[in-house]
Design a protein around this ligand. Structure first.
Ligand code: 5GP
Length: 142
């Protein structure tokens, strides 16, 4: 067994956090290094590293909490919009190996970009084979 992540220690109450929602299976708390006021992490209590590892019913509960919290956080911090995202895997920037959804309040003129800006200048595909890729995804779903 790997060592518990910091999130498991928060879930177990070993490490303090500003918990804003807790159900039997999901916990949400404020990010300790917020990108914006109200930056929140929504986390399944059961330890799963990647989205692909999370049982479907549990992923539904996680996104249900995201759905409830995003507008409430927006209202609470008087934000204009919200970015919701997952760094799903190390190559995508995931640092804590326990799946979590970021809810980041956004403000008009805050200087941040859209999710498209995540890739920066590296983004874009020359001559994308959309049909072939769609077929490959359909095959992977079988
Ligand atoms: P990742 O890069 O894995 O998607 O994001 C991990 C997030 O966890 C970061 O935004 C980071 O600020 C947050 N974080 C790391 N350690 C702690 C902690 O001890 N407490 C809380 N509340 N957030 C943490």
């Amino acid at each position: 067994m790997s060592d518990p992540t910091i999130f498991e220690r928060i879930i177990d109450g070993e490490i303090p956090a500003e918990i804003i929602r807790e159900t039997d299976d999901v916990i949400a708390f404020l990010d300790a290094n917020p990108l914006a006021p109200g930056h929140t992490l929504v986390v399944p209590k059961e330890a799963h590293e990647r989205l692909r590892d999370v049982p479907p019913a549990l992923s539904g509960e996680v996104f249900g909490v995201v759905r409830d919290l995003a507008p409430a956080i927006e209202d609470a911090v008087e934000a204009d919009a919200t970015t919701v995202g997952i760094n799903d895997g190390r190559a995508a920037g995931q640092e804590i190996e326990h799946l979590h959804v970021h809810i980041v309040p956004r403000f008009d003129g805050d200087g941040g970009g859209s999710l498209h800006s995540v890739m920066g200048a590296a983004g874009g595909v020359d001559d994308p084979d959309l049909g072939g890729i769609a077929d490959d995804i359909a095959a992977a779903l079988e």
